[in-house]
Design a protein around this ligand. Structure first.
Ligand code: GLC
Length: 751
C-alpha cells in the first residue's frame, strides 16, 4: 500500500509535530510547531463547515463483531468518505483500521486521517494488574514499563489512542471505579499519572509504538456523593485544586495529548459544559494545547443534569466550554451544522476545536504516515510475547501487599506436603482479569490454583474446592471445602469480588465479602489448620474478623494474566512482598470516607476526650492505613537528620534516614516521607505524602536513604485562592506508612 504523505499530496511539506516537551520547547521544536500550525491554517482554509464539524465527531465500533468489520456500517463508511468522521473508538485490528483509514485519506476531499481510540486500561492482550494494584507497587518505573507494553501491543493492532490513564482520586471505596485509578493520594496519583503518560506516549508520539494518552475523568469524578457512580461532586474549589486536579496537572505536564471530561457535575456545573474547568484552568492556567473528548454521551446528558433544555443548547454549551470531540453521541453531529450556520456558534470557536484535534493528529505522525499502525505482521508478532508475559508477572509480584503474617507463616515451607487451595477465586481464570480487561482472555490467565501447582511441581499434593460462589447464598459446597482443608497441612483461601463488582457502574453499598464467603472463611478457620487468606478485589474490603483471626493475609487485587504465578512466587518466597496500600482500608463502610490526609478539626480524636471527633462504637483509625504493607523481613528506621531546620520558600529540603534490615531475609522497603504544615491561612491536612523510595536491603544491611523535596511542593491554595508556600512550622516524618516513622520539625521562612 502506498504510503501517502498527505501534505505532499496537499502541496505541503509533511510535518510531524514533536511530542509536547517535558522541558521548555527549544528553537527547533518551536519551528516545527510553527510549521504544524501553518499547515493547520491551510487545512482549515480548505475545509467546509461540515468537514470541520466532522473532525469533532467520534463514532463507535462494536465489540461483538468480528475483527474484520467491527460493525462499522456502510453509512459510516459513506460519512468517512464525506469527511464527516474524525475518530472511531472500539474499531481496532489492522484490517479494519487500514480499510477505514484508506477511505479517509484517499477517497475523501478532506483527506484527514482518522484517530482510532480504545480503552487500553491495564494492558491490551497481555493483561496487567488493575491500576489500583499497580499503584500498590509504588514503583512508577515498573508502571511505565507495563504501560509501554500495552502501548506496543495496542499500536500494533491499529490503535492510536487509549482512554487512559484514569487519574481520579478516590476516597470512597464504595465507588467501583476506585479500581481504575491510583487511590486516595494526590502525590502518589501524580507519580502514577506521569508514569502512565510516559509509558503510553514514549518520548515522541510519532513513534509508531506509542499511543496517545487521555487523562480521565476530568474532573473530581471520584468525589461522587455516596460512592454512587456518576453522582454529584460537591467539593470546594480549594479541594478541587489541591486534591482532585493534582494528578491531571501531572498528566498534562507529562505531555498527555488529550483529556476526557467526566460525567459528573462539580458544584452545580457538569464537567462537559464547565468552562472554568475546560478553559480557565486547563487552557489558560495550565497552557494545555491538546484536545478534550466527552465521556460517551456526557454532552447529551446535560439535559438530564438540567443545564440544557435542548440538545442544541447542550452542543453549544459544551463546545463553548472547551469540549472538542463528541464521543459516540450524535449531539454535535445533529446540532452544530445549524448552530454554526446561524451564527450561534462562532467559526472561531469551531476552528479552535478543529485545530486542537489536527494538532494531535500531526503529533501522532498521522499526516506523515496514516497507516503507521496497520502492519498485520506486527499485529501477530507483538502480542503476548514472553517478555510481555514476564513484565506482567513482575508487575503483579510488586502489586501484592502483605497485610498480616503471624508467626512468619509465610513464605510457605518447601517441605509442605499437602496444600488446599480453596474458595471461589482459587480455580478462577475469569475474574482475576479485573474490570476493563479489554482484550484479555481467561484462557491466557494463570489462576491461583495453576500458580500453586506450578510452584510446587511434584514436591507437594495440591487439593482444591470452591466452597461457594462469589455472590451466591448456597453453602452446599462448604462440606467439600472443609474436607479438603482437613486433609491439608496449610490452606490458601481465595475470596473477594467478581470483576464486575468494581469498575464502571460497580458501586457497592457495603465493603463486606460478598455472598457467603465470610461464612466460608469461618468454617475453614474452624478446622484449626493454618490459613493464608488471598484477597482478590477491586476496592478496599472491610475484613475486621479476618484481620483478627486469620494468621496471614495477602491483598492481591486483580493481577491479570500472571495472577497465579505472581502469588505463587510470593507464597513460596521466590520473591518477598513489597507492596504498600494506595488507599486506606476501613474497618466498616460506616467509616467512609476515610483517608490519611484528613483535616485535624477543632476536636481531633487523639485522646480519650468524649467530646471529640470520633465514633462511640468504633475507633476512628482505619483497619489498614494508607502506605501500609509488610515484608518477609523487618526494617528499622533511625537517625533522621535534616540538612537545615530553616528553609526559604525556594529552597530544597534535604533529609537523610538510616534504614536497617533487621530480619533474616532480603527485602524491599518503600520508605515514605510525609509533612504537616502546622498552621496556614486555611486548615491543612494532618499529613501529606511528599516523597517515597524503594530500598532493597540484604539481611542485617543498612543504608542511608536521602530525600530531596522542593519547599515549593508544600504550596497550597490559600485563603486568597492563590497557590503558594506559606512560611511556618512543619513536622516531617519518614517511615513505613502514613502511620508512625521517625519525625522531626523544620521551619519555612520568607526569603
Ligand atoms: C465509559 C467510561 C470511560 C470510557 C468510555 C469509552 O463510559 O466512563 O472511562 O473510556 O466510556 O469506553
Amino acid at each position: 500500500m502506498k504510503k501517502t504523505s498527505l501534505f505532499l499530496f496537499a502541496g505541503f511539506l509533511a510535518v510531524t509535530a514533536p511530542h509536547r516537551p517535558l522541558c521548555a520547547a527549544g528553537p527547533a521544536r518551536e519551528a516545527r510547531n510553527d510549521r504544524v500550525e501553518r499547515a493547520i491554517d491551510s487545512i482549515l482554509a480548505r475545509l467546509t463547515p461540515e468537514e470541520k464539524i466532522g473532525q469533532l465527531l467520534q463514532y463507535s465500533g462494536r465489540w461483538s463483531d468480528t475483527v474484520v468489520n467491527r460493525g462499522i456500517t456502510l453509512e459510516e463508511r459513506a460519512l468517512i468518505r464525506q469527511g464527516r468522521v474524525g475518530s472511531f473508538l472500539n474499531a481496532f485490528g489492522t484490517g479494519i483500521t487500514r480499510e477505514l483509514q484508506r477511505i479517509a485519506v484517499e477517497e475523501s476531499h478532506a483527506r484527514i486521517p482518522l484517530l482510532f481510540g480504545l480503552d487500553v486500561i491495564h494492558g491490551f492482550r497481555t493483561t496487567f494488574p488493575i491500576p489500583l494494584a499497580q499503584a500498590a507497587s509504588w514503583d512508577p518505573a515498573a508502571v511505565e514499563r507495563s504501560t509501554r507494553v500495552a502501548a506496543r501491543e495496542a499500536s500494533a493492532a491499529g490503535v492510536h489512542w487509549t482512554f487512559g490513564p484514569m487519574v481520579d482520586i478516590a476516597r470512597d471505596p464504595r465507588w467501583g471505579r476506585i479500581a481504575e485509578g491510583a487511590g486516595e493520594d494526590p502525590f502518589l496519583g501524580a507519580a502514577m499519572a506521569t508514569a502512565q503518560v510516559r509509558g503510553y506516549q514514549g518520548r515522541d508520539l510519532s513513534d509508531p509504538t506509542t499511543i496517545l494518552a487521555c487523562a480521565k475523568h476530568f474532573a473530581a469524578y471520584g468525589a461522587a456523593e455516596g460512592g454512587r457512580d456518576y453522582n454529584t461532586a460537591e467539593i470546594s474549589e480549594r479541594t478541587l485544586r489541591d486534591v482532585y486536579l493534582v494528578p491531571f496537572k501531572a498528566a498534562v505536564d507529562a505531555g498527555a495529548g488529550t483529556l476526557m471530561a467526566s460525567f459528573n457535575e462539580i458544584d452545580g456545573v457538569p464537567s462537559s459544559a464547565n468552562k472554568h474547568l475546560l478553559t480557565d484552568i486547563l487552557r489558560n492556567e495550565w497552557k494545555f494545547d491538546g484536545f478534550v473528548v466527552s465521556d460517551w454521551n456526557s454532552i447529551g446528558e446535560l439535559l438530564n443534569h438540567g443545564i440544557a433544555a435542548t440538545r442544541a443548547e447542550a452542543a453549544q454549551k459544551s463546545l463553548e466550554a472547551g469540549l472538542d470531540m463528541d464521543m459516540a453521541s450524535d449531539v454535535y453531529r445533529d446540532n452544530l451544522p445549524a448552530l454554526v450556520k446561524n451564527g450561534k456558534v462562532s467559526a472561531k470557536i469551531l476552528d479552535t476545536a478543529v485545530r486542537r484535534i489536527l494538532r494531535i493528529k500531526f503529533r501522532l505522525g498521522l499526516f506523515d504516515d496514516p497507516y503507521r499502525s496497520c502492519n498485520p505482521e506486527t499485529e501477530k508478532s507483538e502480542m503476548l510475547t514472553p517478555s510481555h508475559i514476564a513484565a506482567a508477572r513482575e508487575m503483579a509480584r510488586e502489586s501484592i501487599v502483605l497485610l498480616k503474617n503471624q508467626s512468619d507463616l509465610l513464605p510457605l515451607r518447601r517441605d509442605t506436603k499437602t496444600i488446599a487451595v480453596i474458595g471461589p477465586l482459587a480455580d478462577n481464570r475469569h475474574d482475576p482479569l479485573g474490570p476493563w480487561k479489554g482484550l484479555g482472555e481467561a484462557k491466557n490467565v494463570v489462576s491461583l490454583l495453576d500458580g500453586v501447582r506450578n510452584a510446587v511441581g511434584n514436591s507437594a499434593s495440591v487439593l482444591t474446592a470452591r466452597g461457594c460462589t462469589i455472590s451466591g447464598t448456597d453453602t452446599a459446597g462448604f462440606g467439600e471445602a472443609v474436607s479438603a482443608a482437613r486433609c491439608a497441612d496449610v490452606i490458601v483461601l481465595a475470596v473477594g469480588e467478581s470483576m464486575d463488582m468494581s469498575g464502571e457502574a460497580g458501586s457497592r453499598s457495603t465493603l463486606d465479602l460478598p455472598g457467603r464467603q465470610e461464612d466460608l472463611v469461618h468454617v475453614i478457620m474452624g478446622t484449626g489448620k493454618p490459613v493464608i487468606l488471598v484477597l482478590m478485589n477491586g476496592r478496599p474490603l472491610a475484613i475486621p474478623w479476618e484481620a483478627e483471626h486469620v494468621p496471614a493475609i495477602l491483598e492481591t487485587w486483580f493481577l491479570g494474566l500472571q495472577t497465579g504465578n505472581a502469588i505463587g512466587d510470593v507464597l513460596f518466597g521466590a520473591v518477598a512482598p513489597s507492596g504498600k496500600l494506595p488507599v486506606s482500608f476501613p474497618r466498616t463502610v460506616g467509616q467512609v470516607p476515610i483517608y490519611y490526609g484528613h483535616k485535624n478539626t477543632g476536636r481531633p480524636d487523639t485522646s480519650n476526650e468524649h467530646f471529640s471527633s470520633r465514633y462511640i462504637d468504633l475507633p476512628s483509625s482505619p483497619l489498614y492505613p494508607f502506605g501500609y504493607g509488610l515484608s518477609y523481613t523487618t526494617f528499622s528506621y533511625s537517625d533522621l537528620t535534616l540538612e537545615r531546620q530553616s528553609l526559604g520558600t525556594a529552597d530544597t529540603l534535604r533529609a537523610n534516614m538510616t534504614l536497617t534490615n533487621t530480619g533474616q531475609r532480603e527485602g524491599d522497603e518503600i520508605v515514605q516521607l510525609y509533612v504537616r504544615d502546622l498552621a496556614g491561612s486555611v486548615t491543612r491536612p494532618v499529613k501529606e505524602l511528599k516523597g517515597f523510595q524503594r530500598v532493597h536491603l540484604a539481611p542485617g544491611a543498612s543504608a542511608i536513604v536521602p530525600f530531596s523535596v522542593p519547599v515549593a511542593s508544600f504550596a497550597f491554595t490559600g485563603l486568597d485562592m492563590k497557590k503558594k508556600v506559606e512560611p511556618g512550622s512543619f513536622i516531617l516524618w519518614v517511615g513505613p506508612s502514613s502511620v508512625g516513622g521517625e519525625q522531626t520539625t523544620f521551619e519555612v521562612v520568607e526569603r
